[in-house]
Design a protein around this ligand. Sequence first.
Ligand SMILES: [Zn+2]
Length: 447
Amino acid sequence: MRLMRRSLLPLGFAVFAGSRPALADAPVALEGAEVFDGERRIGRATILVADGVIGAIGPSGSVAVPAGARRIDLAGRAVVPGLISAHSHVGNSAGAETGGRFYTRENVLAQLRQFAAYGVTTVTALGLGPAAFFDIREEVRRGGTDGADLLGAGMGVGVPDGTPPAGPMNLNDSQVARPGTPEEAREAIRAMARRRVDIVKLWVDDLNGTVPMMRPEIILAATEEAHAHRLRVAAHIHDLEQARIVVRSGVDIVAHGIRDKPVDAALVAAMRERNTWYIPTIQINEANYIYADRPELLADPFFGRALNAGLRAQFGDPEWRRSALAGAASSREEVAVNQRNLKALHAAGVRIGFGTDSGATAIRIPGFAEHRELELMVEAGLTPEQALRCATGQSAELLGLEDRGLLRQGRRADLLVLDADPQADIRNIHRIRAVWQRGREVSGALG
Ligand SMILES: [Zn+2]
C-alpha cells in the first residue's frame, strides 16, 4: 500500500501560516474526558500529546504526566479521533455553483479549513482533481497550510461520454481520464501512479441506462494495473448489479451505497470473501432535499459556518424550496434503500468506511455532510459507537493509513473535544469545543 506514515517535521523547523498557534514545545496532557479511541470506549482518560503525536493514553491516573507538561482539564467533555473522509472532493464548487473552473489553490484550502472546523481532519478527494491537486497536496503535507490533511486520486478514471457526466457537473478534460481501451486505462493508471496518487478511482455507472457504462475489460485492466502499483481501487457505483461487477473485478472499495435494490446473500458473500470495503455515502441523496425540508437550518449557527452566501440565498429562495421538495421522492427512497443496505452489510460483517461525496457538487457541503452522515448511519441502525468506528479507525484502515484514525501511542494527535458524549447521542458530535490536528488546537467551537 502506498499510503505510508508521514514523518513530522522536526520541532522548530516548520513555519505555520495563518491563524495556527505556534508549536507548543511542552507536552500537553488532556485530562478527564470520556474517550472513544476509534475502536472502543476507554472511559475517562488522560491523553499525553507531544511532537504532534500521542505519547501515551490510558485511563485517568494510569498515565504519568511529565513535569512541565501543560495540563488541560476536560472533565465533563468527550474526545473522539478526528473524522476521516474516504470519499469527498475538493475544488469543484464555489457558492451555489459546481464545476472544474473552481479548482484553485485558494478554494481548495478554504474547503480544507471548513472540513477541519467540522472535525474532518483527513479528506480524500476521490477524483476530479487536475494537476494542481498534486501541488496542493504537497503543500498541505509539508504543514504550511491550515485545514484538513489531503489525500486523493488525482483525476480518476471515467468513461468517454459517460460518468462522471461532464455536462451536468461542468467538468473539464483535466479533471477526469476517460480511456477508451484497456491499454489506455493501464496507461492512465501508470500516469497516476507516477504522480503518487493515494488511491485509484473508477466510475462504474450508466446513470440509469442513459450513458455508456465502463466496460468490464476496462474495469479489470485498470484494477489490475493499480494493484501492480500497490494502489487500492475505489469504484463509484449506484446499483446492485454495478456493485456485483466491481466486486467480482477485484475492486477494493465500493465507494457509494447501493441504492436501487436490497443487497443479497451472493453479494455479501463475495464482499466478505474478498474483504471489499463499502462506503455508504447516504448523505449524497439527502443533500437534494434536507435544506428544503428544514429551512430552520438557515438560522442554526452550527450549520451557518458551512454556508456561503450563494447557498444561503439558494436555500432561502421559496421557489427553489418548492422545486426541491417536489422532486424529493426518489432521493428519499434512495436514502431509505441505502440505509437498509448499510444495516444489512454491517450486520453481515462487511467492512464499512466513511464518506459522503462532499464537495462533488455545491449542495454536498463539506463538514456538514459528514455530521449528517453519522446521524444517518445511526438512523440506519448502527450504534453511535459503530458509526464513529467507521468514521475513524476503519476509515483509516480502508485508506491504509497507520498513522491516524485511532487514539493510540505513536499515532497523530488528530482529535475532537466535544461538550457532550456522542456515544450517548450521535448529535453531540455537533458540539465541538476544539479540533486538534497533529497535536495542536487548530479550530474552536462552531457557531
Ligand atoms: Zn464522488
